[in-house]
Design a protein around this ligand. Structure first.
Ligand SMILES: [Zn+2]
Length: 79
């Protein structure tokens, strides 16, 4: 990932980098390297237990005019 957050592209340092489980451990995600992405603290905290698809939807909504009006779960319910 060339030293960048896998989700937002922010430059990471070893001191602040988080390791995110792409498929959350509580959803059966493993500790295998394929399931571990470098992330910034903000993306890791924001992603939480969301799946990759849910988090992408969350990021899209966060950058849209719907931010603060509906969340990604409500958006999914509309589609
Ligand atoms: Zn990030």
């Amino acid at each position: 990932f060339k030293g960048k957050c896998a989700y937002c592209g922010k430059k990471l340092s070893l001191e602040t980098m988080h390791i995110d489980h792409v498929c959350p451990k509580n959803s059966g995600g493993s500790n295998q390297i394929e399931n571990l992405f470098p992330s910034c603290p903000e993306c890791n905290a924001s992603k939480g237990i969301k799946s990759l698809d849910d988090f992408r939807l969350h990021l899209m909504l966060s950058n849209s005019k719907f931010f603060g009006i509906i969340n990604y779960k409500q958006w999914q319910g509309l589609n």
